[in-house]
Structure formats: C-alpha cells, structure tokens
Design a protein. Sequence first.
Length: 446
Amino acid sequence: MSTAQNYEENPELVARFPEIHPPLDQVSAVTEANRCLYCFDAPCMAACPTHIDVPRFIKKIAQGNLRGSALTILDANILGASCARVCPVDVLCEGACVFHRYNKQPIEIGRLQRHAMDAFWRDGAELERKAAAERPGRVACIGAGPASLSFGAEMRMQGFRVTVFEQKPLPGGLNTYGVAEYKLRSSDSLREIELVRSLGVEFRFGKDVTSEAALTQLEKDWDFIFLGIGLGRMRELEIPGGKHPGVVDALKFIEDYKTGGLLKIGRHVVVVGAGNTAIDAARAAMRLGAESVRMLYRRGESSMSAFSFEYEQAKREGVVFHWWTQPVGIAAAANSSKLEAIDCVRTELDSNGGLRPNAESRFAIPCDMVIPAIGQLPLMEFLGRCRGVQVDGGCVIVDRATGQTSNPKYFAGGDCVNGGREVVDAVADGKRTALAVAELLEKLHG
C-alpha cells in the first residue's frame, strides 16, 4: 500500500477549510470554455511558466473531450491538478487573458484546468510513458517536492530510472505540508504523487542523504543528482520571548493542522510578516476559530510581498493589518506559561529611505499566540557538503537552460535555486532540467 493510501483525511479539517475555488459543474465548464477565443498567439500560454497549451485544453473541454484536455495539461505540467488550485492565476495565465483589453472578465483558466484534471482522476488517471523501453542511466533526486516530482516524472517518461530520497514520511514538499488547506488538501497532493509513482519513480522515505558519506555514495551509484531540496527552516523572531512555546512559525503551524491534526488555536493570534505564507497562516487561524487575527508588518502596504488579491481576501475574512509596526518583545503572563502580549514600536523611513524604529512609540498588542512568517533560511550547511556546487545569496547557481550546477554531477531546481517562488516555477524547473539530463544520459550511455 502506498504512502498516499495510508494517509487519512481529517473530516473536521475538511469542514473548517472549504475550498476557495470550488469545482465547476459540467454545464458551467462547457459554457466557460466556449467563451474562450482560442487565441493563436495565446498570451495566457506565454504567461504560464510551464507553457501549458491553454487554448487547446480549453477547446477540448468545449468539445467534450475531457481526457484529451487533461493529457494536454499533463504533457506540459505533471502537477497540473495541484497548479490548477494553487497557482496565482490572477497574475499569470488569467492575468494575461486578452479579455482584460475589453474590460471583460478573463476566462477562468484555473477552474477549467481543475475541471479537466478532476475528470482525469475520476476516470482512472492512467498515463503512458513516452519511451517504450527502459534506457540505461539512473538519477537520484534529493527532496520530494514539486521540482523533484516534475523532474522524476519526465525522466521516467524518457525511460530513465529515478529514485527520490525524502526525509519526511510523506512526499510533496510544500504541496503536502505547507500550502493552506483551503487551496490544496494534502490528500489531493498525495493523490497526484501516485500518478508520478505509477510512471515508475521510486520513493525512499525517511532517508537522510545529507551527510558527506551519503552524498559520496550517491555520486558513486548514480549518474547524476538532482537537488530539489527547497528551503530550510523559517527565520526566527530574534527578540526577547521569541522562543516561547506560544510562538509557532507559519510553516510548522500549517503543517501541524494539515497533516498532524492539531486544530487548536489561540483566541487572539498575531502573525508577523506580510508575504503569501503569512496570509495563509492568518486566514487559516480565522478558520480554526481564532476570535481575532492581526498581521504586523514593519513597512507599509505598498511594500508587502503578498499578492494583492490574497490581501483583499484576508481583509474580507476579518484579518486586521498593522502597518509600520515592528515587534520588539513577547511577554508571558505572570506565573503562567501563556503568552500575554507582543510588544511593538512604530517604524518610519529615515532620510536615506532606510527603516528606523521609533523607540518612544512602544505599545503592546494582547495575544496568546504568535506566528512568525518572515522567510525561510537556505540549507547552507547541506549545500556546503555538495562538493563544487556554488551558491550565491543562499541560492544554488545553475545554468538556467539546463539546471546544471558548477559541479557537472549535480543539477538543481525549485526554491533552492529561485529563493522561493510558485509551485509552477518549480515544476517548470524540474521538467526543463530533466530534458537536459536525458540528453546527457543518452550521450553517456550511447
């Protein structure tokens, strides 16, 4: 039995996290598909990092050929089902839709993509490999996130053997552990990985291959190594009280409720940060029953890294934002282990555009839980053991056309290369790199 089949979805979690983009019914999907102009130059296709042939898959929906539609999607993006749910379509494919020029609603590309992929799962989810026979050559992947899944699937499509090593008990990386449940359920992520497994990708879970000895053995046993390791732990709040048990970083918080079944939440929650992960944590806290959720950011609204549509949705759901606010300490209640408040100061810009705290503006925000979401750290210690792999600013340096690192034995893609972008970017990296590695293996083994 597979890891995915062993995973049991929590009914209470499903009830608390209804999907924000529910599926289209058949009539609605066909109606929406028939709105599409099937543009020959397809700006939506150009805006997709995996370059899915959007007009083609939508036309097949209009024609009633849902399997053909799904195969068109999967040919470009093996994680098409996940991306249909989590992609920021407002700023990618739908953001590029020509209907914007005429002040009309863009085609709902994301929901149409989901419609085709849901039908694919419903009808058996069978996918044939491109290569009819096994080919000599084997590759190891470190990490089982979207980049490795995409890389591994394409390598198997080309007929090469792939083994994915993953420390965690479940595959999928942030798709399984770190994406808010109302966007993508862990069960949907794991179901999609079964498709990758069905192509012949081998998974080895609970395997730590980060030591120098393990890496040396991998280099000896495999032709090439793909690093799809993502990023490491989240940055901590380096302020007094920052290590209090009531301070839980955003990714751990999301992982705990998604896969750990830990649905308890503080009554008054403060999230520190203003990125998409911070927004996910804040909206999740509301769904888990917090009476109030506040987000603190040391700069202004115009500087936040979260997508504007995510920000607007969070405000509609009751999340309160505090701009130009910097935490300076966390206070626990007297004679108790419970949090009492987070101490803050106002910030302002100095004459050089830098940030300056106003020490005289100190104030406290009552809370009993703090969730920092201030970015992830690169896995520098591990990358230092990958001999000859150069890193700049915490990101692995690669040839963008091939994914090859400064050590020709190693390739890389996803967040460890781009510093933390979208799932679809990791998928694009994985497939592009796999095609380059397939060429090298063909030359290597004749």
